[in-house]
Design a protein. Structure first.
Length: 344
């Protein structure tokens, strides 16, 4: 309307042009903000995999080793990194190795000896994503029944000893400790079975001893009075790295962002596990199905905050001494880049 109030006069056209321009710019900025080009949010602030697969199928044995993963999963740390992590229970590391080799799993939690053996035999081209667990006193024990004739390590030659798998962490550490005490470990007869079956095998006399991890050590002591013979992670195997998280070289090359997201999420779970025992106990009760009392008295090893090739090299070197490996493995060639954890 012009100064005289007549519609369509000359003064109304500039106002319409200005109003139209304002509306256009406002719409454009809203669109750019929605796309995140101006630092705005589209309502989804999860890290992007830039087209990479951001799902990982992780197989793990339900031992105390893996508590940080479950803590991180329950706290939403992996989801916050944009990672869809599927946890798949395993009875033994060997099962996980076969499934990863067949493409049915992307990552596997397993004892280092079994994993290095599979790599050396070219079952899978292994890469280490993260460390998992290291020994402390009483977390890796050779157990027996209260009525067994096995009273000390010197009684083991000629006896049947349960292990999850042969040529793995169990028989290697037993050999190492017994050799240090001049006991002939070569005369032991190893019987393979899952941790979940060892207490019953001891009780029924099917085996004379068993190499066990927590929470199965404490469970066996409570359920059938199992007693400790000796610590398989002592002397030459004291503080030995026990288990880690691995993938195959092909998955590692194709999905570095997903693996970095796993490393960051796990690091937060490890931090909690190392500072809050109650969280570890609660997690193990959930995934291992143990009662609160067992969780409160079980022994817990170390959850390393980083993966160090030099420290891990101790395992394949001991394997070569034991005769599991014919050639030395250079661990540094197998360790993937470690993702930095953002400051708090």
């Amino acid at each position: 309307m012009n100064r005289r109030g007549i519609p369509g006069g000359p003064s109304s056209r500039p106002r319409r042009r200005v109003l139209g321009a304002v509306l256009t710019v406002t719409a454009l900025m809203a669109g750019l903000g929605g796309c995140g080009l101006l630092g705005g949010s589209s309502g989804d602030d999860k890290p992007s995999g830039d087209g990479q697969n951001m799902k990982i199928r992780l197989g793990l044995v339900k031992v105390v080793d893996v508590a940080p993963v479950y803590i991180a999963q329950q706290a939403g740390f992996f989801k916050a990194e944009g990672l869809d992590l599927e946890l798949i229970p395993l009875t033994t590391s060997a099962v996980g190795i076969d499934k990863m080799a067949a493409g049915e799993m992307d990552m596997v939690h397993g004892n280092y000896v079994s994993m290095f053996t599979a790599h050396a035999k070219k079952v899978v081209d292994l890469k280490w994503v993260a460390d998992c667990y290291a020994a402390k006193p009483n977390v890796w024990m050779t157990m027996t029944s209260p009525t067994s004739s096995v009273k000390s390590m010197s009684d083991l030659p000629g006896k049947k000893v349960a292990v999850t798998t042969t040529s793995n962490l169990a028989d290697m550490t037993v050999w190492s400790v017994l050799s240090a005490h001049n006991v002939d470990a070569k005369q032991i007869k190893y019987v393979q079975m899952p941790f979940t079956e060892m207490a019953a095998a001891l009780k029924n006399g099917n085996v004379d001893a068993a190499v066990m991890a927590e929470p199965f050590i404490t469970q066996a002591a409570k359920s059938m009075g199992a007693v400790r013979v000796f610590d398989a992670a002592s002397g030459p195997t004291e503080s030995i790295p026990m288990a880690g998280y691995s993938t195959n070289a092909k998955f590692a090359a194709a999905n570095p962002k997903a693996l970095a997201a796993f490393q960051r999420g796990l690091a937060k779970g490890v931090e909690i596990a190392n500072s809050d025992r109650a969280r570890v106990e609660a997690a193990v009760q959930g995934y291992a199905g143990i009662d609160a009392q067992t969780a409160s008295i079980m022994n817990i090893g170390a959850y390393p905050a980083s993966l160090e090739a030099a420290r891990l090299q101790r395992v394949p070197d001991l394997m070569k001494d034991f005769g599991i490996l014919s050639e030395r493995i250079d661990v540094s060639t197998m360790v993937l880049p470690q993702a930095p954890v953002p400051a708090k």
